[in-house]
Design a protein around this ligand. Structure first.
Ligand SMILES: [Zn+2]
Length: 380
């Protein structure tokens, strides 16, 4: 079975002075369109992505400088804005803010290919032997990175150009084909459960940690501090304790709702769901965070995800597999299976393979490993 996955390959860019001018011009134009559309959305929250896209031709007429940059980068900035709004609606982020010059400057260009009279035209071209990239409206730019690769391992989907400090980078999103063991015919998914994102799947779906969980945690902490100052058994003490129980109850309900939503999304599209055994992960959370309340809430969330997954899979006649707690899903490279032992620090978000040079989101890498490991167990 062949599975398609998306991975990012990040290169350092070495643009010439003229290229820097164009790159910064594109930053400016995408920021302009983003802020313009955000302003429209603030005035009318019912505007859809399609409505905003329709503004682009009008805008280009009114502000001709917008025509000087790659048009897909302008469309992508509208997509990003709409993603921001849907995250906010799902309690995974705040209300989108206006972009300021010099703050997280970036633009994303889509890969386009066409052919004309037997000649194939591609708007993004990478030559890893000569170490150059060609981007729309820019001629070749020197790049550095992935010395061991002589060719990208898949199809380019898009390129994101970023300026960080005084340095420029390009991140290429590549669609790769991954071969899975033959026996499996049903759709399988690996899921990584964690603190930063509640769940990351091997299909690259991210389910963030909703903000209200933090809000309840802060509330409980505050009430517990108040409780410690009160006389045990007094009227106020009992009242305060009841309040704490009430917030715990709200937290529990909110968590259950969130987890149920995630689980039904995952079970809807897959027949085999593979997760980790969380014993080791719980210990890691313990080691990295000495705050008792945070530990307790995180562990309860982890357990809830597994509990509802098990229950739902049983109910829907799906297969649920939990892999060995000793399988080091976060330390193994999902491409070459090399094991790097330095990945224990949960603050490092990126997995870097010392053997093949793969750079990939830590949790996403783990989810692919979990999928592969689970399928091995399933086929044995
Ligand atoms: Zn590797």
């Amino acid at each position: 079975m062949i599975m398609k996955i998306h991975r990012a390959y990040k290169f350092r860019l070495y643009p010439t002075k003229e290229q820097v001018v164009y790159i910064r011009k594109t930053f400016g134009c995408t920021r302009f369109v983003y802020n313009y559309c955000l302003d429209l959305k603030r005035k009318n929250k019912y505007l859809t992505k399609f409505d905003l896209m329709k503004e682009l031709p009008k805008l280009k007429k009114e502000y001709p400088f917008l025509r000087e940059v790659d048009s897909s980068s302008l469309q992508n900035t509208i997509t990003d804005l709409m993603v921001g709004f849907s995250k906010q609606e799902n309690n995974q982020g705040g209300y989108p803010k206006f972009k300021k010059k010099g703050e997280k400057e970036s633009f994303r260009t889509n890969f386009i290919t066409s052919s004309y009279k037997d000649r194939v035209y591609e708007n993004i071209k990478v030559d890893l032997v000569r170490k150059v990239i060609e981007l729309p409206k820019l001629k070749e730019i020197k790049i550095r990175g992935y010395r061991t690769l002589d060719k990208l391992p898949g199809r380019i989907l898009n390129a994101t150009v970023k300026e960080v400090g005084t340095k420029f980078y390009v991140s290429l999103c590549i669609e790769e084909e991954l071969e899975l063991p033959e026996k499996v015919t049903n759709k399988a998914v690996g899921i990584d459960i964690g603190v930063k994102n509640l769940v990351v799947t091997s299909n690259k779906e991210y389910y963030g940690n909703p903000r209200y969980l933090d809000k309840y945690e802060r509330k409980i902490k505050r009430l517990q501090q108040e409780l410690s100052r009160k006389v045990k058994g007094s009227k106020n003490y009992i009242k305060n304790k009841k309040k704490i129980e009430e917030v715990y109850r709200k937290l529990k309900n909110a968590r259950k709702k969130t987890v149920e939503k995630i689980v039904s999304n995952i079970t809807r599209n897959h027949d085999i769901i593979i997760a980790e055994n969380l014993q080791v992960k719980k210990m890691l959370v313990h080691n990295n965070n000495h705050k008792h309340l945070r530990k307790e809430i995180t562990n309860a969330t982890f357990s809830e995800i597994i509990r509802i997954l098990k229950y739902k899979c049983l109910w829907l006649n799906k297969i649920f597999i939990q892999i060995s707690p000793y399988y080091a899903s976060s330390q193994i490279c999902s491409r070459c299976e090399n094991k790097d032992t330095v990945m224990k620090d949960l603050r490092i978000r990126e997995y870097r393979c010392s053997k093949c040079g793969l750079e990939i989101d830590r949790d996403y890498n783990a989810s692919i490993n979990i999928l592969n490991e689970g399928l091995k167990c399933y086929n044995d």
